[in-house]
Write a protein that binds this ligand. Structure first.
Ligand code: ADP
Length: 673
């Protein structure tokens, strides 16, 4: 009795013994905060829908607590009544009850655990859904500024901790309170002097519990932080991009060293944590064994002295009750901390839920349908600066698009990294008429990607406006904006799904014939048919590996199928072999037809075909015109062009912006609107 809680609470429990690297629960960080009533109320709100089940569960706990008093009382009856009176019938009845009560208690316990788990899981499910839906609405800037592991940890660990809050913290509080109170009352009823005697020993016990609790908490906090660091380290260094970076710089040994150091710290902490628990357990067990001695001493003296008020059965019942008391009391002493820990968990979740959705539909935002849109894009004196990411938050190492700072090209070619400055775009104005192709050209870091990210509102401008058909993009609904704009980027992302699903991503209801037509236009159909399961072949990170060029063509097919009015194209900088290059060109031709296109140009064919070339440098448009005009001007464009294409051109380029000569020299579209 009562001892069931021992191991869970003080032994290896509480996250101590088992290291959870990737999953499990985060224990209280910030448990030193005062209990915040607002958080408490908000947490309660999540439990309201399940109040019926909660009431049932509390009822079960109360029944179990009262049942716990029955066995000591039956003991007393056997010793004081059945045995002295030599009444076998009575003895059988009491013994039968002593067998029955624990069985009933056990059954109720099982039912109660089921209820708690159910409640915990439902609340967890609600929280996780709310969090995921909220994160989906966060702007891109949030993801470039947040470690991927951090988001996963909140969705996984923190929300997962809710289960523990319900099954352990909340249940623990109620059940310990019920047990302790009922036991004290029962002890008092047996003999108030004995009750005072045992309660008098309590302060010593409680003081000890408190001290050990503090030590354990400090250790558990450090363990959690080390675990988080380790998880983030694994996340950063064992992701595809991380491994690429480590390998390309030959830093494996360093990464392994870092991991080993953190790992060693973790083991050491966990050994210490385990030992604190062990010491505590030893002291408590000793305590348990000793306290009955005092009771026997006092009560024995009384009985020997002829005090008729106390019987032998009283002493046995009393010591049994006493043993029920210590653990619940010890745990209640930590209640404040446990609740704070649980609230800290909720606070971390609420922090995310409360993040403002910086980029959201304005009230009364207009939905511009592809049918009514013409596709005129205009930048009107646009100024834009990236927010500096929060202190301590490193940009994600994932393949986010646009690339997180530092951009890939500046990593590979640090010479060309521009001096730090605040505005990524300064006073940028231009207009693209429906169906026109505009090529963005310039050294890396000039702001080309930034321009392309402002059209679909991945970010909002700081001054000026981006307009589509005369509507400020901030006045259009995000959903309709998404329907108007298609993107083909360098980082082609294929989901772990079939080729068909990947192509139909923007139009899940598309018929197979339409999907195949799009694939045909994107020059990927023939390749798909060759795949083991054709259009049903799983691709993506864990699926069939397509080559870079093939992935790009799948992405092009995806956009052809969704048929957007406006296309944003970030041409691949990596040189493909002539065959792939030719196929990509073939795929792009139908894509550019009759669509407004904003291309970050890396190919000669694109700049030659462009209706307008915008030459960017350090966030400003420094030249604009067509290829022949700009060449004749002899400025930055002419210089970039010569570096790339002149027969004796030096390779003093800006890193990655190579204009690959392509076999298809013109993508010129037929009719201008
Ligand atoms: P380009 O596409 O021409 O290479 P970008 O538009 O990517 O240039 O970058 C323009 C400037 O903005 C660069 O100085 C770059 O470092 C900075 N930048 C790009 N993306 C981010 C980001 N997510 N956060 C902060 N700064 C960024």
């Amino acid at each position: 009795m009562g001892r069931g809680g021992m191991g869970r609470m003080y032994g290896g429990g509480g996250g101590g013994g088992r290291g959870r690297l990737m999953s499990g629960t985060a224990l209280p960080e910030g448990a030193d905060r005062p209990i915040d009533r607002r958080t408490l109320r908000r947490v309660a709100g999540f439990f309201v829908p399940y109040r019926g089940r909660i009431a049932l569960s509390v009822g079960a706990i109360l029944v179990v607590a009262v049942f716990g008093l029955l066995n000591p009382y039956l003991l007393k009856l056997i010793i004081d009544d059945a045995i002295p009176n030599r009444d076998l019938g009575l003895l059988y009845r009491y013994v039968g009850l002593m067998v029955l009560v624990p069985i009933l208690t056990g059954l109720i316990g099982v039912g109660q655990t089921y209820l708690n788990t159910l409640i915990g899981q439902r609340v967890m499910q609600d929280l996780r859904n709310a969090l995921y839906a909220h994160l989906q609405r966060m702007p891109l800037a949030f993801f470039t500024a947040t470690r991927t592991g951090e988001i996963q940890s909140r969705l996984g660990n923190d929300v997962g901790g809710v289960q523990q809050v319900v099954t352990e913290t909340a249940t623990g509080v109620v059940s310990n309170l019920a047990t302790a109170l009922s036991t004290v009352v029962a002890m008092w009823l047996i003999d108030w002097r004995l009750a005072l005697l045992s309660l008098g020993l309590l302060p010593l016990f409680l003081g000890l519990t408190h001290k050990v609790g503090v030590a354990r908490r400090a250790l558990s906090g450090s363990t959690q932080r080390t675990l988080a660091d380790l998880t983030a380290l694994v996340e950063e260094t064992l992701s595809v991009s991380g491994v690429l970076l480590t390998k390309s710089f030959g830093r494996q040994a360093r990464a392994t060293e870092r991991f080993a150091a953190e790992n060693a710290r973790l083991s050491a902490l966990q050994v210490r944590q385990q030992m604190v628990g062990r010491w505590f357990f030893t002291i408590i067990s000793t305590f348990f064994s000793i306290t009955p001695a005092f009771v026997y001493w006092f009560a024995g003296r009384e009985i020997i002295g002829g005090d008729a008020a106390l019987s032998l059965g009283d002493i046995v019942a009393f010591t049994t009750l006493q043993s029920r008391l210590f653990f619940p009391l010890g745990q209640l002493l930590n209640v404040q901390v446990e609740i704070q820990g649980a609230l800290a968990l909720f606070d971390r979740i609420f922090d995310y839920l409360d993040l403002p959705v910086a980029i959201a539909d304005r009230p009364g935002a207009r939905a511009l349908s592809p049918a009514e849109a013409r596709g005129r894009v205009r930048f009107d004196r646009v100024w834009f600066a990236y927010e500096q990411s929060a202190v301590g938050d490193r940009p994600s190492a994932g393949g986010a698009w646009p690339p997180a700072v530092p951009s890939q090209s500046s990593v590979l070619n640090p010479r060309s990294s521009p001096a730090p400055r605040s505005f990524a775009l300064q006073d940028v104005s231009f207009a693209v008429e429906p169906g026109q192709l505009v090529a963005l050209v310039g050294p890396s870091g000039a702001g080309k990607t930034t321009i392309s990210a402002l059209v679909p509102r991945f970010y909002d401008v700081d001054a000026g406006a981006v307009e589509i058909d005369g509507h400020d993009v901030r006045d259009l609904t995000l959903a309709s904006l998404g329907g108007l704009i298609g993107m083909v980027t360098q980082e082609t992302y294929l989901f772990h799904a079939s080729v068909r699903e990947n192509i139909a991503y923007g139009r899940p209801d598309a018929a197979q014939a339409e999907i195949e037509a799009a694939a045909l236009a994107a020059a990927i159909h023939d390749r798909v048919v060759e795949l083991p399961e054709g259009y049903e072949t799983l691709v993506g990170e864990r699926g069939f590996k397509l080559s870079g060029g093939e992935k790009q063509r799948v992405a092009i097919a995806r956009v052809i199928l969704s048929d957007p009015r406006i296309l944003i194209l970030d041409e691949a900088t990596s040189a493909l072999d002539t065959g792939s290059e030719r196929l990509i060109q073939a795929a792009l031709a139908p894509l550019l037809r009759d669509r407004t296109t904003l291309a970050i140009a890396h190919r000669l064919s694109t700049v030659l075909a462009a209706d307008l070339i915008l030459v960017l440098d350090r966030g400003r448009i420094v030249e604009r015109g067509t290829h022949p005009d700009l060449l004749a001007q002899g400025g930055l464009y002419a210089r970039l062009y010569r570096q790339q294409f002149a027969p004796n051109g030096t390779s003093d380029d800006d890193g990655g912006d190579s204009w690959a000569e392509s076999p298809v020299t013109s993508l010129r579209r037929g009719a201008e609107p």
